[in-house]
Write a protein that binds this ligand. Structure first.
Ligand code: PMP
Length: 385
C-alpha cells in the first residue's frame, strides 16, 4: 500500500455529511446544489444516451464538445483555443487536476500551493512525486501578496497551483494578482496549473479573469474547467483542461491511462449546454447571488459576521467577529449535534497552523433550507449563551 493513501483520514466533508444524514440536520456543509441542473441539458443527455453511440469517444473528447468549449471561452473570456490541440476533456475537474499534476511534475520538483486550499491538491502533488511548498492567502482579503511570492519562489520551484475563484475563500483573483504571479513564473521559468472550476459563478457584476487571459502565462499555464459546476450537475464529472499544445499533449498522455475518456452522452449534453445556453448562465449567477444574500443577511440579523463572498457557492462565517469563542471544529461538531445544522471548519482547508475561527457555509440550497440553516445557527448561538 502507498503510505500516503493508507494514512489518509476520511475527509471532514464525508464525516459532516454522514452526521447530517444520521441526525437529520440541515446540510450547509458539503458543496453541492440542492436543485438539479437545467432540464435542457439533462434532456440532451437522455436523448444522446438513447439515440447516439455509447462507445469510446476520442481520447481528447468528442470534437463537438471541444468546439463548444472553445466557443464558450472565446465568447466569455476572449480566450482563443484550438479545439484540436489545446483542449482535453476529462472526467471532471478532479481528473483534469490529477492528469495535469501527473503530467507536469517530475520527481523532486517543488510545487507551490496557497492556503486555504482545496483538499485534493496536496495528495495529488505528493503522489506525482512533487515536494509541496505551502504559501498563504491571508484572511480576510485572501490576496496574492508580493511578499509571500518573494518568500516562496526559488530556483527549485517548477510549478504553481492556484485556484480562482477559490474554494473555500470565495474570492476571485484580479488581473494585477495574476500579473504579479506572471512576474515570478517568468523569472523562475516555471508553470502554472490554475483550477478555475468556479469561473462561471462570480457575483456583483464581476468578470472572471483566468490565467489564459494573461499573455505572459498563455504558454505556461494549464487551466481547468468543470461542466459539473457550470451546469449544477456535480455528479456528471465532465471537465476540460485547456493549455498550449505541448502542455495539452502531455496532459492528454496522462489522461489516457487514468480514464481514457468520459461518457459520450454527457459530453454531447455539455456541448449542447455550452452552445445554446440562452440566459442560463445569467440566471445561475442571479439565483446564487440571491441565495448568498438571503443567507448572509439572515445571519447578520442574528448577529453573525460573514466575510465577503465574491464567487463560488460558499460564504465564510467569522466566529471570533461574531462573538463566539469556540474553535471552528468544536463549533461544527456541536452545531450538527446540538443545533441540527452541518457546516465545515475552515481549518480543514489548511496544511499548516490554521486560523481557527472561520466556518464554511454552502448556499446553493433552496430558500427554505437556507432559512432552516440560519435558524439552526441562531439556535447554536443561543445555546452558547
Ligand atoms: N476544484 C475545486 C476548487 C472544487 O471546488 C471542486 C469541486 N468541489 C473541484 C475542483 C472538482 O471538480 P469536479 O467535480 O468537476 O471534479
Amino acid at each position: 500500500m502507498h503510505p500516503l493513501y493508507a494514512q489518509l483520514p476520511t475527509t471532514i466533508f464525508e464525516v459532516m455529511s454522514g452526521l447530517a444524514r444520521e441526525l437529520g440536520a440541515v446540510n450547509l456543509g458539503q458543496g453541492f446544489p440542492e436543485e438539479d441542473g437545467p432540464l435542457f441539458v439533462r434532456e440532451a443527455a437522455a436523448r444522446a444516451l438513447l439515440e447516439q453511440s455509447n462507445q469510446y469517444p476520442p481520447l481528447r473528447g468528442l470534437p463537438e464538445l471541444r468546439q463548444a468549449v472553445a466557443g464558450h471561452y472565446a465568447a466569455q473570456q476572449g480566450v482563443s483555443l484550438d479545439p484540436d490541440q489545446e483542449i482535453v476533456v476529462t472526467s471532471g475537474g478532479t481528473e483534469g487536476l490529477a492528469a495535469s499534476l501527473l503530467a507536469l511534475i517530475a520527481p523532486g520538483d517543488e510545487v507551490l500551493v496557497f492556503e486555504p486550499l482545496y483538499d485534493a491538491y496536496v495528495p495529488l502533488i505528493q503522489r506525482a512525486g512533487g515536494v509541496v511548498r505551502v504559501g498563504r492567502l491571508q484572511a480576510p482579503e485572501f490576496r496574492l501578496q508580493a511578499s509571500e511570492l518573494e518568500r516562496l519562489f526559488s530556483e527549485k520551484t517548477r510549478l504553481v497551483v492556484i485556484n480562482t475563484p477559490g474554494n473555500p475563500n470565495a474570492r476571485a483573483f484580479e488581473l494585477d494578482e495574476l500579473e504579479l504571479l506572471a512576474d515570478y513564473v517568468e523569472r523562475f521559468d516555471c508553470r502554472v496549473v490554475s483550477d478555475e472550476v468556479w469561473e462561471q459563478v462570480v457575483f456583483d457584476g464581476r468578470r472572471h479573469v483566468g490565467v489564459l487571459q494573461v499573455p505572459r502565462l498563455r504558454e505556461r499555464a494549464v487551466k481547468i474547467g468543470s461542466a459539473g459546476k457550470m451546469f449544477s450537475l456535480t455528479g456528471w464529472k465532465v471537465g476540460f483542461v485547456c493549455a498550449a499544445p505541448p502542455l495539452a499533449r502531455c496532459v492528454a498522455a496522462a489522461h489516457q491511462f487514468l480514464t481514457f475518456t468520459t461518457p459520450p452522452n454527457l459530453q454531447r449534453a455539455v456541448a449542447h449546454g455550452l452552445t445554446s445556453p440562452g440566459v442560463y448562465f445569467d440566471e445561475l449567477v442571479a439565483q446564487l447571488q440571491a441565495s448568498r444574500d438571503r443567507l448572509t443577511r439572515g445571519l447578520a440579523q442574528e448577529g453573525f459576521v460573514t466575510l465577503p463572498s465574491q464567487a463560488t457557492y460558499f460564504a465564510t462565517l467569522d466566529l471570533a467577529a461574531s462573538g463566539i469563542a469556540l474553535d471552528d471544529a468544536d463549533f461544527c461538531f456541536r452545531a450538527v449535534r446540538e443545533a441540527g445544522v452541518a457546516v465545515l471548519p475552515l481549518s480543514a482547508f489548511y496544511v499548516d497552523a490554521a486560523p481557527r475561527h472561520f466556518v464554511r457555509l454552502c448556499f446553493s440550497k433552496k430558500p427554505e433550507t437556507l432559512d432552516r440553516g440560519i435558524e439552526g445557527l441562531a439556535r447554536m448561538r443561543r445555546l452558547l449563551g
